[in-house]
Design a protein around this ligand. Sequence first.
Ligand SMILES: [Zn+2]
Length: 144
Amino acid sequence: MPQTGPLTPCPECGAPANGAETCTDRYHACLALEYPNPAYAQVHHFTVLAYMLQHPSQLSAAGWQAMKQLLGRFLLEGISPTRMRELLQKQMQHKSFSMVKGEPMPPPTWHWRKTILDVRLGNAEMYCADVRAWAESVHNDIQT
Ligand SMILES: [Zn+2]
């Protein structure tokens, strides 16, 4: 049987290989659930930020810091997805840095306690709880 899934840990977040899917595969599966389903989409901002923070190879150092701050803010303030979109748009208009250009983000060196592979897709309630727990775990990991 040919193996198509990952056989080594994720090079970015270190999620253990499960031989079935990569973090990117899981991320796309999450987005595919969120786009058409409002029940899943309530945690979309956490999915994106937690995933980007754990996979920063596409981000500049300044972009990574901006996402870190946004995630902290969303968790502490319990911000609504609508308000979050407004803030993100505002940030894009007034940004004094690029999310992707400039000094690259050096790969994080800490050990993540949760990754996107810990998020269960089974139903919306489970999914939202898992995404939130994952985002909180990422937030806690990056404070150290
Ligand atoms: Zn990963």
